[in-house]
Design a protein around this ligand. Structure first.
Ligand code: SF4
Ligand code: SF4
Length: 117
């Protein structure tokens, strides 16, 4: 690379500013098929546990007795396998990223119709 082309690249970078975003203040544009985070329509869930068994990272936990379905967002690698394996089609991949967090928190969803809560 010649000095001239290196200087051109350097100047372009100086005037362009950072290519990264100051997340979460500035958010990246999402598209229709962006793999964001798993969403559940818990009223349709039969708590069969297939998604839990198939999740390669152990992010999902299903408790049939309490009709509870939960996910550890930081463990999810957005592989989509749970969505494909759900017999009730009640899981989907939303295009919004989950909120930033400093510690692991499980997002819990309970089917009140089944649990009686
Ligand atoms: S596979 Fe579907 S129906 Fe079965 S527990 Fe998971 S979300 Fe519920
Ligand atoms: S997308 Fe993959 S890693 Fe995330 S919960 Fe579903 S199966 Fe697990």
């Amino acid at each position: 690379m010649s000095i001239l082309s290196m200087t051109k690249t350097l100047m372009k970078s100086v005037f362009h500013g950072p290519y990264t975003l100051l997340y979460p203040i500035k958010k990246k544009e999402v598209f229709e098929h962006t793999k964001g985070s798993i969403e559940i329509e818990v009223a349709d869930c039969i708590h069969c546990g297939l998604c839990q068994r198939n999740c390669p990272t152990g992010a999902i936990q299903v408790d049939r007795n309490s009709a509870n379905w939960s996910i550890d967002r930081l463990d999810c690698i957005q592989c989509y396998y749970c969505v494909e394996s759900c017999p009730k089609k009640c899981l989907k991949m939303g295009n919004q990223y989950s909120a930033p967090a400093v510690k692991k928190v499980r997002d819990e969803f309970t089917n009140a119709r089944v649990s009686g809560n």
